[in-house]
Design a protein around this ligand. Sequence first.
Ligand SMILES: [Zn+2]
Length: 115
Amino acid sequence: MAQEICKDPVVIQQGLAKVRNRRWILWSVILVYMPCLIIALEMEATGSTMGTLFIIWLVLLCVAVGLATVVKCPRCGNTYHTNGPTFLPVRKCVHCGLAVNADKKNPVVAGEKEP
Ligand SMILES: [Zn+2]
């Protein structure tokens, strides 16, 4: 199923901002785990409290991964981080190679495929 390539810099910029936002949510949820674990241990939380906190974090992680999985590439229209069943939170579209900060580096050519 071939998608039409979008070259409109405004659409690319808005789409990449959405991709960056989803990536920020994902990495924030991952990085918040250790500080929260340390705080809970400092507060001498019980085993059941720790289990509950872990379940809450796990649910948040699933939501963040889900949001990052469904976000579309603004250039090719495919899922930005997902190729088939494989989720790769890399800094380029796994289909067309559009970099996550392509609009910041060169907004004019962000819509054009890199050589
Ligand atoms: Zn793409």
